[in-house]
Write a protein that binds this ligand. Structure first.
Ligand code: PEP
Ligand code: MN
Length: 344
């Protein structure tokens, strides 16, 4: 349920309400607006009697049942957009970010080269997988901790924060030591043990939509992270399975406006994995931006032909530069603020 406090209800009333909610087994989640204070109470479905109990408190204006199955992710509980901030930029609430880099960390040279040029062309974050969740057990699985060390070196040199995938709950601590944001991939989007563990870490989380997940299921996965007290969460639409085989996945552009009407969390587009082919990456990114996305995560490789994963979809440096200039040209039309990386 959602509890709206009366105007002027002070700190003491809020503290008392929190204690009362906890006594009934609810987890309070305060959302402080300019005029009103909202308290989301998350827990097992409140009975009409319990709702009446809270309605009767002198400082309570209104008690509303949260209609959606996801609670903390909903705009009902949290009407203001969540802004996730990094030293190089912000996303959400009108702020736009680009994370770019290779699919996988393959070598020091490959990753440092990519980091330098993605920064030069304005990206605010470096991506790169050290643990790769591959469909085949015989494919390149990533460099593991050595890859994380290379990413940390790239960050030290360029100042770009790093987002990298974590594929199992027992690796969260290790990946969090090196990464600025934990990526949970499409194949793990309903790995609830992993979502909980990532929720418990203090690092921001980038959660990709599973390839066969409904948007409601996607937000239920987000709820696992939020329920652990981690509010720095970004959702990524990266393409879903449909009957169409021309592209690798079908980018569900409508996920952007739908999610933005249901949740306060920033919504990003990954144009690389649905395209599957470099020629289609930029148009899909532009479609996502036009639909209202708060950021992009895109793959680029200094020498895509030699990439050990996703070779066909990674942009060359030249293509990435063109990608950035087209994205930057579109952003003002959709009212998004973008500040390319400050060079240091
Ligand atoms: C990736 O970003 O390299 C990746 C594996 O993405 P997804 O989980 O969306 O397939
Ligand atoms: Mn990839």
């Amino acid at each position: 349920m959602l509890i709206v406090l009366k105007k002027g209800a002070g700190e003491e009333a809020l503290a008392e309400l929190k204690r009362e909610l906890e006594r009934f087994g609810f987890r309070p989640h305060v959302s402080q607006g300019v005029e009103t204070t909202l308290v989301g109470a998350v827990g097992k479905g409140p009975t009409p009697e319990i709702m009446d109990h809270f309605r009767a408190l002198p400082y309570v204006a209104e008690v509303i049942r949260i209609s959606k199955p996801y609670k903390l992710a909903s705009l009902e509980v949290h009407p203001l957009p969540t802004v996730v901030a990094f030293p190089t930029g912000k996303t959400g609430g009108g702020h736009f970010m680009v994370a770019a880099g290779p699919c996988g960390v393959e070598s020091r040279e490959q990753t440092l080269t990519a980091a330098r040029y993605v920064k030069k062309h304005g990206a605010q974050m470096l991506r790169g997988g050290a643990f790769k969740p591959r469909t085949s057990p015989y494919s390149f699985q990533g460099l593991g901790e050595e890859g994380l060390k290379i990413l940390a070196e790239a960050r030290a040199e360029t100042g770009l924060p790093v987002v990298t995938e974590v594929t199992s709950p027992d690796k969260v601590e290790l990946v969090a030591e090196y990464a600025d944001m934990l990526q949970i991939g499409a194949r793990n989007a309903q790995n609830f043990a992993l979502l909980k563990e990532a929720g418990q870490s203090k690092k921001p989380v980038l959660l990709k939509r599973g390839m066969s997940m409904t948007l409601e299921e996607f937000l239920m996965s987000a709820e696992y992270v939020l329920a652990e007290g981690n509010e720095n969460l970004i959702l990524v639409e990266r393409g879903i399975r449909t009957f169409e085989k021309a592209t690798r996945f079908t980018l569900d552009v409508s996920a952007v406006p739908v999610l933005k009407s249901w949740t306060h969390l920033p919504v990003w587009i990954d144009p690389s994995h649905p395209a599957g082919k470099r020629d289609w990456v930029t148009p899909l990114a532009l479609a996502g931006v036009a639909a209202g996305a708060d950021g992009l995560i895109v793959e680029t490789h200094p020498n895509p032909k030699e990439a050990r994963s996703d070779a066909a979809q990674q942009l060359t440096e030249e293509e990435f530069a063109e990608f950035m200039s087209r994205v930057k040209a579109l952003l003002p039309a959709v009212g998004k603020a973008f500040h390319a990386t400050a060079l240091r």
